[in-house]
Design a protein around this ligand. Structure first.
Ligand code: PLP
Length: 375
């Protein structure tokens, strides 16, 4: 956050900062979603909706799961939320109400630990590294599971590593957790931003007992509209409904109406094209970082970040990111934002800029590395 405000301050002072710390795409809103939003405003859809979300939107989501993955989901199991952040808050409130440990891979999305802390639960960070593709395995899980453990939250694709779990890997984790009477939450907010057709998946294919967190923020470029969804096991529906009514009343109405256009053919073709563009950027960035001395031992399979290990003789990540911003006006995120596991050795680079901008950024980073011993 400190780096973010510094990047903004530099921009305000007229510097051309290349923003590689950013967690939102540069593609803007797909036109069909924009059109749907404008119609919703004109038609006066500005009141509350049902707490669980508009039924036609939940039905669209069910159709999406059916047509894309062959999974049948009852709309009663879908909850439209205020961003996936709202969904994460609801689920942590539902599942960690009596405290206990929530296991989280490290590195991982930093807010997850804070949701657990806010509920007086205890986040337990489990170190993962490139040897397992930054993924948790049943062996790692077994080592850290204790009588206080309540459940596990993983991302697939994950932030900051872009790791994607295969259905087989998820199944192994789920069987372990089920045998220990725990719960498994899978954050799929980067679903659809994957680079291999085999990684186009949902944990719902593994079990309807897994809690799914999803969002319109990333794939549909709707970060500021604050809209996400949950898919939950049937048994959780009635308590979750009470929580969502009380916490939020409902998710933003205009955003829900806008999102009615998210799963139509036109929007789906647009976001598919964007994923192809991101894949090309990823290939460029991974190679370019390696060429200047970074290690990318487990390149991302999804999302729009490369989590790269700094060259051997480099300064540590926080200092690196601060000085790179001051000297070369390239804004990046230090690994320390994502956990404690060797995090001073890592930097996260977003590829939410077009290729020509990424090329300039890499020239600046190379120049900075060349001079950094004198800094
Ligand atoms: C892994 C992950 N989960 C959840 C979120 C929250 O997204 P939103 O609340 O916009 O849906 C983010 C945002 O960057 C994220 O990276």
């Amino acid at each position: 956050m400190r780096l973010l405000s510094r990047a903004r301050a530099l921009e305000d002072s007229g510097k051309k900062v290349i923003r590689m710390e950013i967690g939102e795409s540069d593609f803007g809103l797909p036109p069909p979603i924009e059109k749907s939003a404008i119609e919703a405003i004109r038609n006066g859809h500005s009141g509350y909706t049902e707490a669980q979300g508009l039924l036609p939107l939940r039905e669209n989501i069910c159709r999406f799961y059916h047509d894309s993955f062959g999974v049948s989901v009852d709309p009663e199991r879908i909850f439209i939320t205020t961003g996936s952040s709202g969904g994460l808050l609801l689920l942590t409130a539902l599942l960690l109400n009596n405290g206990g440990d929530l296991l989280l891979p490290d590195p991982g999305y930093p807010c997850n630990a804070n949701f657990a802390l806010a509920l007086n639960a205890n986040p337990v960070l489990v170190p993962v590294d490139a040897r397992t593709g930054f993924k948790l395995t049943p062996d790692l899980l077994q080592e850290c599971w204790s009588s206080n453990s309540r459940g596990l939250l993983i991302g697939s694709p994950a932030n900051p590593t872009g790791a994607v779990y295969s259905n087989q890997a998820l199944k192994e984790l789920f069987l372990f957790i089920e045998a220990n009477s725990g719960f498994l939450l899978v954050d799929e907010v980067y679903q659809g931003i994957t680079f291999d057709p085999l990684d186009w998946s949902t944990a719902l294919n593994v079990s309807s007992e897994i809690f799914i967190i999803n969002s319109f923020s990333k794939l549909f470029g709707m970060t500021g509209w604050r809209l996400g969804w949950l898919v939950v096991p049937e048994i959780a529906c009635s308590d979750l409904l009470k929580l969502s009514q009380n916490f939020f009343i409902c998710a933003p109405s205009i955003a829900q109406h806008a999102a009615l256009a998210a799963f139509n053919d036109e929007t789906q073709a647009i976001v598919k094209g964007q994923a192809d563009t991101l894949s090309k950027r990823k290939d460029f960035l991974v190679q370019a970082l390696r060429d200047i001395g970074f290690r990318v031992d487990a390149p991302p399979s999804g999302a729009y970040y490369v989590y790269a290990k700094l060259p051997e003789n480099s300064i540590r990540s926080e200092e690196f990111c601060c000085k790179l911003l001051e000297k070369e006006f390239v804004s990046t995120t230090p690994g320390t934002d994502f956990g404690e596991n060797s995090s001073q050795d890592f930097v996260r680079f977003s590829f939410t800029q077009n290729l020509s901008v990424l090329k300039i950024a890499l020239e600046r980073i190379a120049r900075f590395l060349g001079n950094s011993t004198e800094i």
